[in-house]
Ligand binder design. Structure first.
Ligand code: ATP
Ligand code: MG
Length: 300
């Protein structure tokens, strides 16, 4: 254990990062945030669902773009990580890249900061959209709306000019845009046939030692995307989040002021939320989440 702790590089809101030189280990915890606050109660296996989804999409999209995943099998991990309990199914060994300084956001529907910007200006990231669109409405076509990686708080939407300057190379910028749109098209039509709308999503890319663009970070999970149930989709207002809505609704009913600390979550809220995460996995992949756990040697 202490050997892995020595490798600790950074903590995100939900992930821990360990440094192994040319590779790194991304470990998804069971922490969950709602209204931008981390809950004091974890959701068992939530991190495993997210890792399972990233791994699923990396495999499905490998022909569109290479990705950083080396393995989710702990027997393939560096020695310091091999013996650590609880990593199975939740840790990804990845190739370390030089990260691009923009977040590659694709929006197929009008939500979140995209909806706010459109409502205020008629545009998102400088892209003019038709008048009269409603909240959560499907866009005429998916759009690429890059953002900066803010070190704290929310990412900031930027226009194409600014994003180009940050990337520093027009051809590379255009490649990022095209790959992001291709990935979104592929994943969103796949998910839509399985009852999930991917309203928007964020990709991160890096370059490897040969200068090739590689898909990194997590990909097409419900933490990096907005997943909505297709059933009941109704533009003209906010849509329920596929997996977090149950928790959000419960929190709203507690009249909590949305400032930390958040209330402890009761068992039924934990179980209900876990059930929504595993249901999303099953809908998307067609296999029960328990099969993923078994395949990856996770013993209850
Ligand atoms: N293959 C890679 N090589 C190098 N860095 C990577 C790679 N994949 C992801 N990263 C970086 O690792 C970090 C993952 O951190 P993580 O997402 O957990 O936290 P965060 O981005 O700091 O905060 P948040 O929790 O808000 O997302 C990000 O900075 C991401 O850009
Ligand atoms: Mg991040």
């Amino acid at each position: 254990m202490s050997e892995l702790a020595d490798r600790h590089e950074a903590s995100g809101k939900v992930r821990e990062i360990y440094n192994f030189g040319d590779t790194m280990l991304l470990v998804a915890s069971d922490r969950i945030s709602a209204f931008d606050v981390i809950m004091p109660t974890p959701i068992p296996d939530k991190g495993r669902v997210l890792t399972a989804l990233s791994a699923f999409w990396f495999e499905r999209t490998a022909e569109l773009v290479p990705n950083h995943l080396i393995s989710i099998d702990p027997t393939q991990f560096p020695a310091a990580a091999r013996e650590t309990p609880d990593l199975a199914g939740r840790a990804m060994l990845v190739k370390r890249l030089t990260m691009m300084p923009i977040e590659c956001v694709v929006r197929g529907y009008l939500a979140g900061s995209g909806w706010k910007d459109y409502r205020d200006t008629g545009s998102i990231c400088g892209l003019r959209l038709p008048d009269g669109l409603r909240e959560s409405e499907r866009l005429p076509r998916p759009i690429f709306t890059p953002a900066t990686k803010a070190t704290s708080g929310h990412d900031i939407n930027i226009d194409a000019e600014t994003a180009r300057l940050l990337v520093g190379d027009d051809a590379r910028y255009e490649m990022l845009e095209r790959l992001s749109l291709d990935l979104y098209e592929h994943a969103s039509s796949f998910a839509r046939e399985r009852g999930i709308i991917i309203a928007d999503t964020k990709f991160e890319f890096g370059i490897d030692e040969t200068g090739q663009l590689v898909l990194a970070d997590e990909a097409l999970t419900s933490d990096s995307s907005r997943f909505w149930p297709a059933e009941g989709y109704a533009p003209g207002g906010a849509q329920p989040a596929f997996d977090k809505q149950f928790l959000r609704d419960w929190l709203e009913a507690q009249h909590w002021n949305k400032q930390p600390p958040a209330p402890e979550l009761p068992d039924d809220v934990v179980a209900g939320t876990r059930g929504r995460y595993t249901e999303a996995y099953q809908l998307l992949t067609g296999e029960p989440f328990s099969a993923y756990l078994r395949r990856n040697g996770v013993t209850p």
